[in-house]
Design a protein around this ligand. Structure first.
Ligand code: GDP
Ligand code: IMO
Ligand code: MG
Length: 431
């Protein structure tokens, strides 16, 4: 039997998925990204070095691991090449990377439109990463998009490009932007194709072959977080894909029977970048302190992240929807030093207590968190390797998160480094 594990963001992104994926990737035969694109920023820290990945899977540092960018992703070939250059300049040259022929391709007009739509929204802007993710997924679903495999068939690529540009140029002009020249885009993308062609293949074949092989370990790396999910998140302040473990079968091209264990990555508090409701948001010095101690500034855009208390309403909701079997509680070290710590256990909506997020942001914006308060701890916990050695109040906090969300904590992270990881449930070591 092969083993699989899904790493899912369970809040608003940036929970530490890169760190957890890298932790398991050291023993994975394959790491597969199944949604999103270079809107992601996944940080991996080991051996005194820090790396930031956007669309390349976090298993890239292990030469023996096969890394797959699945069909559910939107792939920007320019950004993949830049990312590879950055890795090469840091000495990461020995790796295995494959890109799905069926992955949607991000084209130059996507980022232009992303920026223009945001501008049109004025103060109601989503605060996207402006990488063209929404417009690229929109083209995919309106069946006008180009795909990575098109790069392998230049005549077909040209045909699809010209057909797309006929409409896209009208839209660009309407928005006051410069139309694009088909020849120039063709030349640019054919050049990128020279480099990427050896990596572009039928990746679901690769993943299924691995899954069928005894003893293979296949890790699925989610991007973003469940509250940014296009289906279940705080719509319209969401991204354009679904990070759920339920997206793995579609986004990687495998049967649902392979998905059993999903680690929900959750900060010990909450953060959010970009606009949209955030019930437990802190606008005080406690939030500022957490931002500084946790270095909470975006990996992709450098924007300061908004900070809030742990939201167990979100925790219960996303655990159920994303199929989370274990929590990885991240950045617990950042809470050291606080006198008391709050956990949101319900929302008060117009005087009524509710247990799950309402569907509209109009209602969600009116939700007031109902808190319980726990005593904090002062000790530096960044060197602790065993759950039992954590301060009593830290242990009680973690146990409380389990109790309120109904999902066991499988692991705890007490620092950015690969080594600063505590395995709580030995079951996870099976992977
Ligand atoms: P991702 O998008 O989910 O992979 O998360 P990001 O990499 O965008 O953001 C997580 C940040 O927290 C990164 O800077 C990590 O290096 C850092 N980090 C991860 N785990 C820990 C932890 O346990 N403690 C601290 N202090 N930092 C952590
Ligand atoms: P990782 O994988 C945090 C947010 C953006 C914006 C909204 C839509 O690093 O956790 P998009 O560019 O996707 O159309 O933006 O989603 N967003 C993220 N926030 N982490 C991410 O990825 C994100 N990817 C998108 O800030 O609010
Ligand atoms: Mg990130």
């Amino acid at each position: 039997m092969s083993e699989t594990l899904v790493v899912v963001g369970s809040q608003w992104g940036d929970e530490g998925k890169g760190k957890i994926t890298d932790y398991f990737a050291t023993r994975a035969d394959m790491v597969v990204r199944y949604q999103g694109g270079n809107n992601a920023g996944h940080t991996v820290v080991f051996g005194g070095n820090k790396y930031s990945l956007q669309s390349i899977p976090s298993g890239i540092f292990n030469p023996a691991t096969v890394n797959v960018m699945g069909n559910g992703m939107v792939v920007n070939p320019v950004s993949v090449c830049e990312e590879l250059d950055r890795l090469h300049s840091r000495g990461i040259t020995d790796y295995k990377l494959f890109i799905s022929t069926r992955a949607a391709m991000v084209m130059p007009w996507h980022a232009m439109l992303d920026g223009a739509y945001e501008e049109q929204k004025g103060k109601d802007l989503i605060g996207t990463t402006k990488k063209g993710i929404g417009p690229a997924y929109a083209d995919k679903y309106s069946r006008t998009g180009l795909r990575m495999g098109d790069l392998l068939e230049p005549d077909y690529f040209r045909e699809r490009l010209e057909a797309a540009l006929e409409v896209k140029n009208m839209e660009l002009k309407m928005l006051g932007l410069e139309p694009l020249d088909a020849d120039a885009v063709y030349e640019q993308y054919m050049k990128l194709a020279e480099r990427l062609a050896p990596m572009i293949t039928d990746t679901s074949r690769l993943v299924n072959d691995a899954l069928r092989e005894d003893g293979q370990r296949v890790l699925f790396e989610g991007a973003q977080g469940m509250m940014l999910c296009i289906e279940h998140g705080t719509y319209p302040f969401v991204t354009s894909s679904s990070p759920s473990a339920s997206s793995v079968p579609v986004g990687a091209g495998v049967a649902p029977k392979w998905i059993r264990t999903a680690v929900g990555v959750a900060k010990a508090y909450c953060t959010r970048v970009g606009s949209g409701p955030f019930p437990t948001e802190l606008h005080d010095e406690i939030g500022d302190g957490i931002r500084e101690r946790g270095h909470e500034y975006g990996t992709v855009t450098g924007r300061p992240r908004r900070i809030g208390w742990f939201d167990a309403v979100v925790g219960r909701y996303t655990a159920e929807l994303a199929g989370i079997t274990h929590w990885a509680v991240m950045l617990l070290d950042v809470l050291s030093g606080l006198d008391t710590i709050k956990i949101c256990v319900a929302y008060d909506l117009d005087g009524r207590q509710i247990q799950s997020p309402p569907s509209t942001i109009a209602s969600l914006s009116r939700c007031k968190p109902v808190y319980i308060e726990l005593p904090g701890w002062k000790e530096d916990i960044t060197g602790i390797k065993e759950f039992d050695n954590l301060p009593e109040n830290a242990k009680a906090y973690v146990r409380k998160l389990e109790e309120i969300t109904g999902v066991p904590v499988g692991m705890i992270s007490v620092g950015p480094d690969r080594e600063q990881t505590i395995i709580v449930d030995p079951e996870l070591n099976k992977f």
